[in-house]
Write a protein that binds this ligand. Structure first.
Ligand code: ZN
Length: 264
């Protein structure tokens, strides 16, 4: 066994390996092998580097993509947040607008109610005043109003309000007051002046007759004379003038009468 082993063993064991080793050694081309190895190493290193770079690029790309996606997600979220905020703001604005409209409506209604109440008060005041004032004649026709231009009048315009009525028609005191003039007044013909407590003068002109005297107190509706055609006239009528607080220039008698609740 031992000899057989010893005899066989070196041959049988070494032989198969030796040619292999010998052939490796005998080939003796270390340079070509080394060169490729070096080249390979260098190449491998380069490849490795490239691979690493590729990996890095890939990683970077992945990171970038992730970042872009995250950013997109973030932007999407921001857009959604913005949209939600805009919607909330629009809703709030709509609520504010509705509130403002409701307030304006309420204010308008309140104003209208106040105006109606004020109009009612004014109407009541005028109705009360109308009981204290009266028109100077009845059954008349207004033939000329205040301010009308014409050569007939010395001032160039009509300074009073004409109540056309037949001669002899009664003239009444429009309000309580005192007779401060009663007599001939040139172009005005026979004229009576009634001065009210507030100083307002009422001139009654072109009368056919005067039935009161200066200093006489009269009450609303008292007869003070009759319609005529005396002075500068073209026909029988009462020429009424109103001078506020003794002013030489008259004011519109129709407006004054209306302010007392009357409609000439
Ligand atoms: Zn006149």
């Amino acid at each position: 066994m031992a000899s057989a082993n010893t005899g066989k063993a070196p041959v049988s064991i070494s032989m198969p390996d030796l040619p292999g080793v010998g052939s490796l050694i005998s080939e003796d081309e270390p340079a070509p092998e080394a060169a490729p190895a070096l080249a390979s190493f260098g190449s491998e290193a380069a490849v490795d580097t490239d691979t690493d770079a590729d990996q890095s690029v890939a990683d970077a790309g992945e990171a970038l993509r992730s970042r872009i996606m995250a950013q997109a997600e973030s932007q999407k979220t921001q857009v959604e947040v913005k949209a939600a905020a805009a919607a909330a703001k629009a809703k709030a604005d709509a609520v504010v607008k509705a509130e403002k409209e409701a307030e304006a409506k309420a204010a308008a209604a309140k104003k209208k109610a106040a105006e109606e109440a004020a109009a009612k008060v004014e109407a009541a005041r005028l109705a009360e005043l109308a009981k204290q004032y009266t028109l100077p004649t009845s059954s008349y026709t207004i033939t000329s109003t205040f301010g009308q231009a014409g050569s007939l009048w010395s001032s160039g315009y009509h300074t009073g309000l004409d109540f056309a009525a037949p001669t002899g028609t009664l003239i009444k005191a429009v309000h309580t007051g005192t007779i401060t003039e009663a007599g001939w007044a040139g172009a005005y013909g026979y004229r009576t002046i009634l001065t009210l407590d507030d100083g307002t003068e009422i001139w009654f002109c072109h009368q056919s007759s005067i039935s009161v005297s200066v200093g006489q107190k009269v009450a609303t509706g008292d007869v003070i004379g009759r319609v005529g055609a005396t002075g500068n006239v073209t026909g029988a009528h009462l020429h009424l003038e109103v001078h506020a607080n003794g002013s030489a220039d008259g004011i519109d008698p129709a407006a004054w009468l209306r302010s007392k609740g009357l409609n000439p």
